[in-house]
Design a protein. Structure first.
Length: 302
């Protein structure tokens, strides 16, 4: 049975419609009356929490001060100050990239810069929105520790930014790197944690491979009879956020039996949205929150 109140999450704001993780994307998602803004964060050299999916500047979406696209991945965000980061324009996808072909509906916003998390909180306050939530992904990798601050320093900076804005009760922290979620749970138990999982796609953090235990902070799926929901429940998570292609209706039922909410990513097909809503998922993350909002209303899950 479909949930009566689906959590509609705009992926990276509204990546299919506006440049990802920009204030323009989040403003558009708010216009669409989504319930949660999904976003990614990094921390600069001077300790500013900024909104970016990539640990390094991404050439598919980044232009330098000369107006030209970066030819390759740029420096890690944690090696740049916030001021230095503002020299780069992230308001358009490079039209020559395969990435551009994935999002033909995205409208460019030339001149957009990588914002601070604080800027997003300000945007929401200025619009008078007192209900929208924030699903913030910590972008670290145990396989590339040199590309970010360490988990402890990263989480400290993130929690401070959330606390400074007084947004603890409206925030979820999610990650594929479960060490960061464990740190959040230890430091701020009032903030919900969402455990991201992928079995077949990168980073395959719950796949049967040696690196998986690095991603899951030592939690071993085999110790739970192969059950991902049971492993997340034991780790103290409140939400399971799997790759939607890994999910089954039985998986949703098992997670619910353990008290976990289920919010799959990233669902862009109307048919798949309808199927997952019918399975009873608690929310969906989509690049097209306009489509997801329409489907949710159609299915009686608005």
């Amino acid at each position: 049975m479909a949930s009566s109140a689906l959590d509609v999450q705009g992926h990276r704001g509204a990546r299919g419609l506006r440049p990802e993780n920009t204030l323009a994307a989040f403003a558009h998602a708010l216009d669409l009356r989504i319930t949660t803004l999904e976003l990614d964060c990094g921390v600069t050299r001077d300790g500013v929490v900024v909104l970016s999916h990539d640990r390094r500047l991404n050439p598919h979406i980044t232009r330098g001060e000369d107006g030209y696209w970066l030819e390759d991945f740029g420096p890690p965000i944690h090696e740049l100050t916030f001021g230095e980061l503002q020299r780069y324009d992230v308001g358009r996808i490079n039209p020559r990239s395969a990435y551009a072909r994935r999002f033909p509906r995205q409208q460019p916003v030339d001149g957009a810069r990588i914002p601070r998390l604080a800027d997003l909180f300000t945007l929401v306050r200025e619009r008078g929105d007192t209900t929208v939530r924030f699903n913030i992904e910590s972008k670290l990798s145990p396989l590339a520790p040199e590309e970010t601050r360490g988990p402890e320093a990263f989480v400290d900076a993130l929690l401070k930014a959330i606390a400074d804005a007084g947004m603890q009760s409206r925030t979820i922290v999610q990650s594929f790197y479960w060490r960061t979620l464990q740190l959040v749970q230890q430091a701020q138990a009032s903030i919900a944690t969402s455990y991201l999982t992928a079995e077949r796609t990168d980073p395959a953090n719950v796949a049967p491979m040696p690196t998986a235990l690095l991603w899951t902070d030592g939690h071993d799926r085999r110790a739970f009879g192969g059950s991902v929901p049971r492993m997340i429940h034991a780790a103290g998570g409140r939400i399971w956020s799997p790759d939607y292609e890994d999910l089954t209706s039985d998986g949703v039922a098992e997670a619910h039996s353990l008290g976990l909410r289920v919010v799959p990513w990233t669902v862009n097909s109307e048919a798949e949205m309808r199927e997952l809503i019918a399975w009873g998922v608690d929310g969906l993350i989509s690049d097209y929150p306009d489509v997801l909002t329409a489907v949710a209303k159609e299915r009686g899950a608005a």
